[in-house]
Design a protein around this ligand. Structure first.
Ligand code: FES
Length: 119
C-alpha cells in the first residue's frame, strides 16, 4: 500500500496516515532525503515524530531509545526494532510503501498468538 507523504511545508518531521488508519512518521534529513517509520516507538509507543533526528537516527522523546532510520535497528537495546518503510517516487510525488495492513484476527486467534508470544 502506497501512502502519499505530502508537502513538508517547512517541517522536518510530520505524520501521515494510511487509508486503513495506520500512522507513520516522516523525517526529512539534512541531506534532503526522506525516511519513513511507524509513528509509534516499539518500546512503549512514544511519538517518534517528536524525537530528535541526527546522523540518520531518531531518538524517542519518551525514554531516549535510538533507532537507525535506514534499518530500524535499535541502538539502545536489541529487544526492539522499528519498522521502517521504503520511499518511492510516483508521478513526481513521494510515497511510502507501507505494505499490507495486518490481518484482522478473531479473539481466539489473538489469544493463541499471545500465548505463543507472537504479540
Ligand atoms: S517509548 Fe520510546 S523509548 Fe520508550
Amino acid at each position: 500500500m502506497l501512502v502519499p507523504l505530502g508537502d513538508p511545508a517547512g517541517r522536518s518531521a510530520w505524520t501521515v496516515e494510511s487509508p486503513d488508519g495506520r500512522q507513520f512518521a516522516v523525517f526529512l534529513l539534512d541531506d534532503g532525503s526522506v525516511r519513513v517509520s511507524d509513528a509509534g516507538c516499539p518500546h512503549r509507543g512514544g511519538p517518534l515524530v517528536e524525537g530528535r533526528v541526527r546522523d540518520g537516527e531518531v531518538r524517542c522523546p519518551w525514554h531516549w531509545y535510538r533507532f537507525d532510520l535506514d534499518t530500524g535497528e535499535c541502538r539502545t537495546t536489541d529487544q526492539h526494532h522499528l519498522a521502517v518503510h521504503p520511499v518511492v517516487e510516483r508521478d513526481g510525488e513521494l510515497d511510502a510503501d507501507v505494505g499490507d495492513p495486518p490481518p484482522v484476527l478473531s479473539w481466539s486467534e489473538r489469544l493463541r498468538a499471545h500465548a505463543q508470544g507472537d504479540s
